[in-house]
Design a protein around this ligand. Structure first.
Ligand code: RAM
Length: 898
């Protein structure tokens, strides 16, 4: 743990725009932030100072001494940053006694302006019909998806002397993998990621200093269709219908010499192009790698043997104004899963079980190959009754990878430009396959993992793991609904409901910052946010209630978690436009018109009336927009949206709530929305809570919520004194429940409560994902409720913590979370009549700690009666609970229980 006892105040975890040592920052005023650790109780920074220098040490900007005990970030306010320049920065934090501690980091700017580029889009002449596209004699035809082979591009160049620095600025319309002198550049997968390429194409930057040689060099790339020109979404269109029709590369290699001069190798008509041995490579259909067509050495300065059919590259029309530095972390191969078992199904067919549903691909060592022989890998999430791979729920996603053997009898096969959602793989075409020869390669956006949770019930721990795997599987460039079937779209509601859980599991600030650009980009001129982002044909443009509202809810929540006001600044106009859009079309303040495809409380066992649900979201979006405006000092907007929110709330109450607190529809979700969004006059709250509790009890206790209600049920019951019911739901094992799927083999959260039942088998294949995170949004309450790790309602960036464990019938639980301020942790046990609670509060933060006890007078902190404990003050007692305030540090409370 950071900040072990005795250590003084120390900054750590330095970030620039929420990324560690980023290359390619295009933000003119990046946010420089750090976390704090200290082994001393009550430690808080008295002052800070941030200094930014050029790479050669020349001073650039200095905040001077800043006396702000709560700050853990500053915005760069120095002279304009120069393009493609590394800046080093230090933060010095001073404690109350004047002792200073300093940490250093760096960031490097990108192109800063589209005008700085000289490269053009290049590809292989799309009109050239290549001989290699035709099947060879006697060869089985490959699946005809209308896909073309991936393209190879290369450029030989001379470097007179080894550069002192070399950077590759690169992107694709499609997916790229670049190589320099035969070595792969970087470790990003599926780059440049998914954006609405008509609006924006992200580029990435790589440090390739060590790969450039004096003399002859070869810069090479393979580009594949990806989201740009391949199959994407559930619309069974031919590839190319969404954004473009053939993949292209745009790249600049900057070689910086000791005298400061630079040479640039940019994509242009002096490059060569050829079809690649990837006969097709598609995110949904899969990839075919034909080793017979490999031309070894193609990416080396020598150029390798001939035969690839190199021709001059074809130059496409280039509009550089769409190029933007990516802000989100890249997708990476983050971990590997060994095969849990490999079983021979028949002759040359094997079934591999990785024991975990995930997104990624298979790497296998194929032995005993004969030239032209094929190894086929199919993927599925489940097995059917006969024990065979179940693929019906993938719909039109073939998810099939093919290796065609060349001369070598042995080859390692791992697709490059596709990914699948699966637990099982079926491998055909080998005479033997050992478990050691197969690996599951897990791909996801490399958001740093930030939290963990565990408790005394192994089922609940498995649920937390399943929820986390749902996050890993579906944060692939953008937050998707599912990783397996022909969909994988950035559905807004799924992202919105899961966000609180996601933020506790991982640092998703940069990931969502990137995605919000897509959310804003998909907003209609009338102000309607979409249903999915990035925008794609085939999905209705205007956001449904709870879907479009994500454009408001997501920035708001990110602000609260990360304390970074830029989430509000960048989105406020769009938030206002959305609320205006709903208001304009619903002047009576009941949202019934322009509801997009109104998905209601998607997949709920009990349907909530659409007008109730929509109007609740209208009120919520208006209220949060008002609060965002208030925080930014936009007083006029704050007043306007605040008044609107009050009117919508009043209308909601008049229209949908009876004098005893009954909400129209009388469903769990109706009460959850009304209570969570604070739509009820105070006197009606108790009645509404009572009715909600009755509905939960009548159902089992059980839940009848869909996507929009599910994340609210445990927090709302808890907030209104019914944590007992939240626990009952959490530990329920009959359907619908979170634990039911786990009892039936789930390793990720399912799309539907009843995706599989032993009585009926699989749900309709048309919509039955086994890896959808939306229903897993209860994960938030494991941290906040069960372990009690939370921040106070008015707090942002974990400045004021709320530690309020809800033990229920459990005997222990703990959670750790790397907040923007530093490590927050809670760990409690309940044993032999004692509740033992350990809490860590980062420097500069305060906490209110609620300690369950039957005898408030008997509560001790580190063995001392709590009233005498240093750094602790008693704030009050409620029934069966003592409330204390603390500053930073580590505390251990022990409290008598019956
Ligand atoms: C389904 C998606 C998604 C949901 C929409 C309404 O197809 O899987 O989860 O948001 O529909």
């Amino acid at each position: 743990m950071t900040g072990s006892l005795g250590r003084g105040l120390t900054p750590y975890g330095l970030r620039c725009d929420h990324r560690a040592e980023p290359l390619g920052v295009d933000e003119p005023a990046p946010l420089l932030s750090w976390r704090l650790a200290s082994g001393r109780r009550g430690d808080a920074p008295a002052g800070l100072r941030v200094r930014v220098r050029a790479d050669d040490g020349a001073p650039v900007w200095d905040t001077g001494a800043v006396a702000d005990p709560s700050a853990v970030s500053v915005r760069y306010r120095g002279p304009a940053l120069r393009p493609r320049t590394r800046y080093r920065w230090t933060v010095t934090v001073t404690d109350a006694a004047g002792a200073a501690s300093r940490e250093e980091s760096w960031f490097e700017t990108g192109m800063l302006s589209p005008a700085a580029w000289s490269a053009v889009w290049i590809t292989h002449d799309p009109s050239v019909q290549d001989v290699m596209d035709a099947p060879e004699e006697g060869e089985l035809a490959l699946a005809d998806h209308g896909l073309q082979p991936a393209v190879r591009l290369r450029k030989a160049f001379e470097a007179a002397a080894a550069p002192v620095a070399a950077r590759l600025y690169v992107t694709a319309r499609g997916l790229y993998e670049t190589r320099l002198n035969g070595a792969r550049v970087g470790d990003a997968e599926l780059a440049p990621g998914w954006t609405d390429y008509r609006d924006r194409v992200d580029y990435q930057v790589y440090d390739v200093t060590d790969l450039v040689r004096t003399g002859a060099n070869m810069l090479a790339a393979t580009v594949a269709d990806g989201w740009w020109s391949g199959f994407a979404g559930f619309d069974e269109r031919r590839a190319g219908a969404h954004y473009g029709t053939f993949p292209q590369l745009l790249a600049e290699l900057h070689l910086v010499h000791a005298d400061g001069s630079a040479d640039v190798v940019a994509t242009g008509d002096d490059w060569q192009s050829a079809r690649s041995p990837f006969r097709y490579a598609d995110l949904l259909k899969g990839e075919c790698h034909d080793l017979r067509r490999e031309t070894p050495g193609w990416d080396l300065p020598s150029g390798g043997r001939d035969g690839a059919g190199w021709r001059p590259a074809w130059v496409a029309a280039t509009d550089r104004s769409r190029l933007t530095a990516s802000v989100a972390p890249p997708v990476r191969a983050v971990r590997e899963l060994p095969a849990r078992s490999v079983a021979r199904v028949s002759g040359d067919r094997f079934l591999v079980d990785f024991g975990q549903n995930f997104a990624g691909r298979v790497r296998l060592t194929a032995r005993g190959l004969t030239p032209g022989g094929r190894v086929v890998v199919r993927h599925g999430e489940a097995l059917d009754e006969a024990g065979a791979l179940y693929t019906a729920n993938l719909r039109t996603a073939d998810a099939t990878d093919v290796l065609i053997a060349g001369e070598d009898a042995e080859a390692v096969f791992e697709p490059r430009f596709t990914y699948h959602g699966f637990r099982y793989a079926e491998v055909t075409g080998l005479s033997s396959l050992a478990a050691a020869d197969v690996t599951g390669v897990v791909l996801h956006s490399d958001t740093p993992w930030a939290g963990d949770f565990t408790c005394s019930d192994p089922d609940v721990d498995r649920l937390h793991q399943a929820i986390s795997w749902g996050q890993r599987s579906n944060f692939v460039s953008v937050p998707t609904d599912c990783p397996q079937r022909d969909e994988r779209l950035g559905w807004l509601a799924d992202a919105q409901v899961f966000l609180p859980t996601a933020c506790l599991n991982a640092d998703v600030a940069a990931f969502f910052d990137g995605w919000l650009r897509e959310v804003r980009g998909a907003q209609s001129p009338d102000g309607a946010f979409g249903n999915v982002a990035p925008k794609i044909a085939g999905v209705a443009d205007e956001g449904a209630p709870g879907w479009g509202d994500a454009g408001v809810l997501v920035p708001w929540h990110l602000y609260r978690v990360y304390g970074d006001e830029r989430f509000l600044e960048r989105n406020l106009d769009a938030m206002c436009a959305w609320v205006d859009h709903v208001h304009r079309h619903n002047p009576d303040l009941v949202w019934t018109r322009r509801t997009g495809p109104h998905f209601a409380d998607w997949l709920a066992p009990a349907p909530t009336p659409r007008d109730v649900l929509a109007t609740a979201y209208f009120a919520r979006s208006a209220a949060l927009t008002a609060r965002a405006a208030e925080i930014l000092g936009a007083d006029e907007a704050a007043a306007r949206y605040g008044a609107l929110a009050a009117h919508v709330r009043k209308t909601f109450a008049e229209r949908f709530v009876s004098p005893d607190g009954r909400v129209s529809g009388d469903t769990q979700t109706a009460y959850l929305l009304a209570l969570a969004f604070e739509l009820l006059p105070g006197e009606l709250v108790p009645g509404a809570v009572r009715r909600l509790a009755e509905l939960v009890e009548e159902a089992g206790p059980g839940l009848t919520t869909g996507f929009l209600g599910v994340g609210l049920i445990a927090p709302v019951l808890d907030a209104h004194g019914r944590a007992d019911l939240a626990h009952a739901l959490l530990r329920r094992t009959d359907p619908p429940s979170w634990l039911y799927p786990l009892r039936h083999g789930a390793t990720t959260v399912w799309e539907r409560w009843d995706g599989y039942t032993p009585e009926r088998g699989f749900q309709a294949a048309a919509m039955n994902s086994f890896n959808h995170y939306a229903l897993g949004s209860v994960g938030e309450w494991l941290y906040r409720g069960v372990a009690g790790l939370d921040q106070a309602p008015g707090s942002a960036g974990y400045r004021d913590l709320l530690i309020r464990p809800r033990p229920g019938g459990l005997t222990e639980a703990s959670a750790r979370y790397e907040s923007v301020r530093g490590l927050v942790s809670t760990a409690w046990t309940r044993r032999d009549g004692v509740f033992d609670l350990r809490v860590a509060v980062p420097p500069g933060a305060t906490a209110t700690v609620h300690i369950p006890t039957d005898d408030p007078g008997g509560v001790r902190e580190s063995g001392i009666p709590v009233a005498d404990a240093p750094g602790v003050s008693v704030a009050g007692t409620a029934r069966r609970e003592l409330r204390c305030r603390t500053g930073s540090g580590e505390y251990r409370f022990t409290a008598p229980l019956q």
